[in-house]
Design a protein around this ligand. Structure first.
Ligand SMILES: O=P(O)(O)OC[C@H]1O[C@](O)(CO)[C@@H](O)[C@@H]1O
Length: 380
């Protein structure tokens, strides 16, 4: 099925998941951001204005002098609910940063409006427990670390605003190509692994542990971690979040985590671990539209690992595909082998086999958007 035939996801349908994100989660998030800082009157007015707009108005433009105003004109003047969901969500986060003055000269420049939420999570006891658990994992723990990076994707602050914590009901991924992933990364094979990160804190820490494992065991000779260039989707990791996660690992003396943090520090200093933050990682478009410089960079990868739900939507296209659409067909234009590690938190899914889909549909409980199911898909 071509993108012309599979409807693009929008929030137009009352009762749809996308509608609930736009109509409920975004206003709730604006409330939390408003309460998280002593914003001065002009910033508060801007946040209130955005709240009014997303609660029923039409999409307004960015200020004409915004550095990137020209890139966001596509759907201005339309209803938030009728434009592509991927665009609407991305633009919402860009407008939120405009309201808080993130890019403007002045005291609020560069202040992450989601910083307090991210810091709370990183300080939390759950992270202590997760770090301590690393002491029990032996050297041959690749599968366990892969699972922990996979399920770490549940730790997404935007998602947890409306979902309960607790263990996922399904611990077996609905698709599991992990054997294929390991076969791409033999020990001593001189692989270069790129990881397109998703959330900070409780997701990024297991991602870093996985990267350390790949480098330390010789499954990768080099790795590159791709972060967001600015705050996005509440908890997406920017460079400051990466450095905070690295500190959290290193600050666990006597525990395996400290050794992992020290090795990552050395790998960064030696250039065996690179870090990137390409502007396209905050763009409202699918990865098949990536610019040439990013395409060239990713084409060096033995495999690119994409974390999370949003990266998955951008990878396969944010359309209502039949769930049995082959994953390989949807990622054919990605520059090189690709692995998606994702818990399911939105409507889009491909690459399921028919028996799995039948079982999921027969279960009678929601499975696409609840974060209770996960997948590892690899192509080719
Ligand atoms: O952090 P992740 O796994 O990319 O999930 C973000 C997901 O959350 C949502 O923003 C909904 O809140 C989805 O639209 C999006 O795909």
């Amino acid at each position: 099925m071509s993108p012309d035939e599979a409807p693009v996801v929008t929030g137009a349908e009352p009762g749809s998941f996308a509608r609930s994100v736009l109509a409920e989660r975004h206003p709730a998030l604006l409330g939390r951001v408003s309460a998280a800082f002593p914003w001065p009157p002009e910033r508060r007015r801007a946040l209130d204005g955005l709240l009014g707009e997303v609660s029923g108005g039409v999409i307004a433009p960015l200020p004409a002098d915004a550095h990137d105003a020209g890139g966001w004109g596509a759907h201005v003047g339309r209803s938030w609910f009728e434009v592509p969901f991927l665009w609407a969500e991305s633009y919402f986060y860009r407008r939120l940063l405009a309201a808080t003055g993130y890019f403007e000269p002045g005291p609020w420049r560069g202040v992450d409006p989601f910083g307090p939420f991210k810091r709370d999570e990183l300080r939390g006891a759950a992270v202590d427990e997760e770090l301590a658990a690393l002491d029990d994992l032996g050297a041959s723990s690749g599968d366990a670390l892969l699972r922990s990076a996979l399920w770490g994707n549940r730790a997404d602050l935007g998602f947890r605003m409306s979902a309960s914590e607790g263990d996922p009901s399904a611990s077996h991924p609905v698709a599991d190509d992990s054997a294929r992933l390991w076969s791409l990364l033999p020990v001593g094979g001189a692989a270069e692994v790129h990881l397109i990160a998703d959330n900070a804190g409780r997701e990024l820490i297991p991602d870093l542990v996985l990267l350390d494992h790949l480098l330390h065991t010789g499954r990768a000779a080099r790795a590159v971690l791709h972060l967001k260039p600015y705050p996005y989707f509440v908890s997406d990791a920017v460079t400051a979040d990466f450095l905070a996660a690295l500190d959290r690992l290193r600050a666990a003396p006597g525990h395996a985590a400290a050794g992992i943090g020290a090795r990552l520090w050395s790998a960064l200093s030696a250039g065996r671990l690179g870090v990137g933050a390409h502007p396209f990682f905050c763009a409202p478009y699918p990865y098949e539209a990536m610019p040439d410089d990013l395409r060239r960079d990713l084409s060096k990868a033995t495999v690119t690992i994409l974390k999370g739900d949003l990266n998955y939507r951008r990878l396969v296209g944010d359309h209502h595909w039949p769930a049995t659409t082959p994953f390989a067909d949807r990622v054919a234009r990605f520059p090189g082998p690709v692995a998606a590690l994702r818990t399911l938190k939105s409507d889009v899914v491909v690459g399921l086999d028919t028996p799995t889909l039948t079982t999921l549909e027969a279960g009678g409980t929601p499975w696409r958007t609840t974060g209770t199911h996960a997948l590892i898909q690899v192509s080719p």
